[in-house]
Design a protein around this ligand. Structure first.
Ligand code: GLY
Length: 380
């Protein structure tokens, strides 16, 4: 069934989703959903990289629907995020995922001075993670259950997801007229391009450098099937992330890279246009990741906006993915809390498999509202 033949029909889907989101907003309130267990979201309030997506989903919903409840939920959650900003031990490079679609978004919508200050503080924390020898932003902090080897490895680790965090730096550079933010973000993006992207335009999830000398070492996976496989959500972050870097830098090599990654992603999509959690998974390759599809669709919409000659091809592919998500993955029933079914958070750790996932919901809604002239908080 083709629900979205034209972009106008996304309005019907958005109307259907509104009731569910209002109900969730009331019920979930100041908790921070991660992925569903059974019909309900489990919560993570501890500063995990996903912490911002619930308030962000509400802010995005407010932007489109204008219901006060969405804004109230965003505001009620914001104190937790403000306090979290003092926890440099917890916050890592994913500070962008937390503060871009929340405080930066709020600043963009309302011009609120406190939100701007918070987003700038987050940008400083991100900039301070730059390793100038290797020209990369360190991804993760120490975790409680780390082995000594992994703790050492993480000092020089870069991950593809980071491309979604650096718009915070590009924005901060424009706001403060301080080029340092821009230089760090651009050099980091170049490092990701040179080492995380393979020759065939598939991607590693992570890449290790010697953190003292900056010497490149090797690609490794964390959430994918194998070091040499292509984790589909990572590829989706790359499509969207490089397009964002192009939007801020205007350097065409970043848009070309986004398109190469997009072509790889599109080429490997199955019939229903929603990828397996890893394109190369030998075991569990029937397990889908609807969040990867949603992120890629939203990224492809940006590519189609920025690209001249192949605009329509990327736009139609984005619609095809959104159409499949709407026909086969959408959950409008009131007892299942997430908007999308069948995301895959972290298969190697057995976390959030065939579940609704908060960032899948976020980027799905983002793609739908973008089709209706609402701007993404990540975009310039
Ligand atoms: N940023 C981590 C993930 O996509 O799971």
């Amino acid at each position: 069934m083709n629900i979205i033949k034209e972009k106008d029909s996304t309005k019907d889907i958005l109307t259907q989703l509104r009731g569910k989101m209002l109900q969730n907003s009331n019920k979930i309130s100041t908790n921070f959903p991660h992925f569903t267990e059974g019909n309900h979201y489990s919560y993570r309030n501890d500063g995990f990289w996903t912490t911002g997506f619930w308030p962000a989903l509400n802010l995005l919903a407010y932007q489109y629907y204008k219901d006060d409840l969405f804004l109230k939920t965003f505001q009620d959650c914001s104190n937790h995020l403000i306090k979290l900003l003092d926890r440099e031990d917890i916050l890592d490079h994913d500070i962008g995922f937390i503060y871009i679609p929340t405080f930066l978004g709020h600043y963009k919508l309302f011009g609120d001075a406190q939100s701007k200050e918070i987003a700038l503080k987050a940008a400083d924390m991100l900039k301070n993670r730059f390793n100038s020898k290797g020209k990369f932003i360190r991804a993760w902090n120490d975790w409680e259950d780390d082995t000594a080897d992994f703790r050492e490895e993480k000092k020089g680790k870069v991950i593809i997801d980071s491309l979604m965090n650096i718009p915070l730096l590009f924005w901060a550079s424009e706001q403060t007229k301080n080029d340092d933010y821009f230089i760090v973000a651009k050099e980091h993006a170049e490092t990701v391009m040179n080492y995380i992207v393979r020759e065939d335009f598939s991607t590693y999830h992570t890449f290790n450098f010697d953190h003292v000398t900056g010497t490149p070492k090797k690609g490794k996976t964390q959430q994918g099937y194998a070091d040499e496989s292509c984790w589909s959500r990572g590829q989706a972050w790359g499509i969207y992330g490089f397009a964002l870097v192009y939007q801020y830098t205007k350097e065409v090599k970043f848009l070309e890279m986004s398109m190469k990654l997009a072509d790889y992603f599109i080429e490997r999509l199955p019939e229903d246009s929603v990828p397996s959690w890893d394109f190369d998974a030998v075991e569990n390759n029937n397990i889908k990741d609807s969040s990867a599809a949603a992120i890629a669709a939203s990224g492809l919409l940006l590519v189609s906006e920025l690209e001249k000659s192949e605009k329509e091809r990327y736009y139609l592919k984005a619609l095809e993915i959104i159409n499949s998500l709407c026909s086969e993955y959408l959950s409008c029933e009131s007892d299942f809390e997430a908007l999308l079914r069948k995301g895959c958070s972290d298969l190697p750790r057995g976390a959030g498999i065939e579940s609704g996932i908060i960032y899948g919901d976020y980027f799905f809604l983002e793609a739908l509202v973008k089709l209706n002239n609402v701007k993404s908080f990540f975009e310039r």
